[in-house]
Design a protein around this ligand. Structure first.
Ligand SMILES: *Cc1c(COP(=O)(O)O)cnc(C)c1O
Length: 426
């Protein structure tokens, strides 16, 4: 059959609606091209991207260095499987482990796969090293978590939309309230606990930002209980929150670590999304030898994990973060953005408050999660040239690419201000 490109946004949306599963509810905009902080629709209208593909595009759309690394490698060798060695993987593994300060990395593709990998490592560690009786290992997770969409991962989700109709659920998980050290302490009393799986800031839950000392204290409690502290930094990692990692505050720019109140090196670190700058699915689990050593040949793997293109893309994506000082930029731009949003919240009764860290921020809309106010506001911002998406009904996340300049940020603040101040509720 003849395949032709849609000529209008309407045509493209109709094609997706008719032929694609309806597992998403996208904002009505059809993106056709991207560069840096900008994306363009089919009709050529330009937008600021304030979602960055859920923080996968931290380095900006189509970063030339990342695209070059990808296309050059794609013309040489794309996939070998791990049945053989390839000449890119070891180089990448050496680089990524030294970049984040771990002995070993286990490469995967998507965030959910990396979370699954971390769960398997934690269980295996519990049996082989900690001495938990067979099939008794437990992993503690937090309410309102988001760790991905596999059947095991949704088993410990507290979001009814994500879990409903998908049982039976995988056992071996206990859910405690987020940002609650007392609950964590109580849960850690069970000697069969293998790990505590936590997001340093809950992105999907609406940039739910815990107390400054939560992560450090939780890490210390886990250490005292001989339980693995497993950080899911798929969304918060790679400079998004103003430091290389939200857990460790390790940053490539001087002075960063002092500002970050949190310093907790995760026993198991989960990365994805911006590990490729959005060019390609690249995820990873990092741990030191005494933990990663529990995984032996045949026990875990992925056909595409650690492929040559992913290896080259991963190196380029991290070099961009480092050389363009994106953690530092996220921190300074983020401070300016929150200041502007707090100002706006004081002027408009439409906004309850702003919260976040670095360039992972959100505003809470003064209406119920069931109302269409946040959605309508996002549609109005789209019409004014800025793309953001509501999460959990009445929260709007703002997460632009970290390459955003001061002038661009001021332009974006103006768009958000004008839209909010001119908005009429339905
Ligand atoms: C996006 C995300 C995931 C899942 O990543 P996928 O690549 O969509 O599978 C896991 N954890 C967190 C915190 C995320 O934000």
């Amino acid at each position: 059959m003849e395949i032709k490109n849609p000529q209008t946004s309407q045509e493209a949306m109709t094609l997706e609606n008719v032929h694609g599963a309806h597992n998403y509810h996208p904002l009505p905009v059809v993106l056709d091209r991207g560069e840096g902080v900008y994306v363009w629709d089919i009709e050529g209208k330009q937008y600021f991207d304030f979602l960055s593909a859920y923080s996968a595009v931290n380095q900006g759309h189509c970063h030339p260095r990342i695209v070059n690394a990808m296309t050059e490698q794609a013309q040489k060798l794309t996939l070998t499987s791990r049945a053989f060695f390839n000449s890119n993987l070891g180089k990448y593994e050496q680089f990524v482990t030294s970049f984040f300060g771990y002995d070993k990395v286990l490469p995967m593709n998507t965030g959910a796969e990396a979370v699954e990998t971390a769960i398997k490592i934690a269980r295996k560690w519990a049996y082989d090293i900690k001495g938990v009786p067979a099939n008794q290992a437990k992993i503690i997770t937090c309410s309102e978590n988001f760790h991905g969409r596999t059947t095991t991962i949704v088993s410990f989700s507290t979001d009814g939309v994500a879990t409903g109709g998908f049982g039976p659920y995988t056992p071996g998980f206990e859910v405690i309230p987020y940002n609650d050290l007392t609950a964590l302490k109580a849960a850690l009393e069970d000697p069969n606990v293998a790990g505590f799986l936590v997001e340093p800031i809950q992105g999907e839950a609406g940039v739910n930002t815990p107390d400054d000392d939560y992560i450090v204290q939780a890490h210390a409690l886990c250490k005292a209980a001989n339980v693995l502290f497993i950080a899911d930094e798929v969304q918060t990692g790679i400079a998004r929150t103003g430091a290389l990692l939200a857990t460790c505050g390790k940053c490539t720019c001087a002075g960063a670590c002092e500002r970050q109140p949190t310093f907790a090196k995760a026993d198991v670190l989960i990365l994805g999304k911006a590990l490729s700058g959005g060019a390609y699915p690249v995820s990873a689990v990092l741990a030191d030898n005494e933990i990663m050593g529990v995984i032996h040949p045949g026990q875990h793997g992925s056909t595409f994990g650690g492929n040559p293109v992913a290896a080259e893309v991963g190196i380029a994506a991290l070099l961009v973060i480092d050389e363009e000082h994106l953690a530092q930029n996220a921190r300074t731009m983020g401070e300016r953005f929150r200041e502007a949003m707090e100002q706006l919240a004081s002027e408009s009764d439409l906004i309850v408050k702003a919260r976040g860290r670095g360039l992972l921020n959100a505003i809470i809309i003064n209406d119920s999660p069931e109302s269409s106010t946040a959605w309508d506001l996002c549609v109005a911002m789209k019409d004014n040239g800025l793309l953001a998406k509501p999460t959990h009904g009445n929260i709007i996340r703002f997460a632009p690419p970290l390459v955003i300049t001061e002038d661009q940020m001021e332009a974006c603040i103006s768009i958000i201000r004008d839209t909010v101040l001119g908005f009429k509720r339905a």
